[in-house]
Write a protein that binds this ligand. Sequence first.
Ligand code: PDD
Length: 281
Amino acid sequence: RTVYVNGEYLPEHEAKVSIFDRAFLMADGVYEVTSVLDGKLIDFDGHAKRLQRSLDELDMKSPVTMDELLEIHRELVRVNEIDEGLVYLQVTRGAPADRDFVFPDPETTEPTLVLFTQSKPGLADSPAAKRGMKVISIEDQRWGRRDIKTVQLLYPSMGKMMAKKAGADDAWMVEDGFVTEGTSNNAYIIKGNTIITRALSNDILHGITRAAVLRFAREAQMQVEERNYTIDEAKEADEAFITSASTFVMPVIEIDGTPVGEGTPGPRAARLREIYLEESR
Ligand code: PDD
């Protein structure tokens, strides 16, 4: 696989970053994951805008323009012949001369930019979408700026492991009694013709897939309510689902062992997945 590091396209085994890189020492970096379908990037503009916002919130700068980033994405998709898959991008505050809690001077420490692709044949036609996912609920113990897409992913990773150990596919995180989001996705329930999902704030990542899916849902005459809901309300919903760049729309069929609706992927979630894939392609 060819990867990109700080201006160079290299075979992955030749790519290097410093051990003093602040992402390595302090998780001082932000990232984006953009999906690829039929060799084309989905919603690149949305991801570029969110990246810029993450950088601004942390007083970091991108080493290249957003147009250059698009070119790098396209080049990696081309050289790695990605038909279905993902492009991962990470910008870090770079590698100062030594470890220090204080941010380094941006005049002397350049940010680090890394991109790589992941080929995922069958991403759109995923069997998991037909089967549906099982989730467990766990307490949300992440930091309070989840709107910034940082590489601090240890708690979400632990959440996935807790789910795995419990025989489930993922975890929905709960704070003050209300669902925030999944470990790496936004979480929704459906009651009747109404889609319910937590409103945007610092408590959750402002999903790019979320924005598209809510727009398509409204266009398809479904109602959308952006509000808090509890795990108990979710268990009693007609349907549930998640969204993310790597899963698109994925039905949730079980929460903490309780079947949601019939315990099979619901018709509205399935329809939203179809619409999302049609409209994005
Ligand atoms: N995760 N919430 C969290 C905590 C996420 O990590 C993600 C994305 C989302 C969905 O955002 P989007 O629709 O823009 O992908 C919501 C990516 C896919 C990841 O970490 O791999």
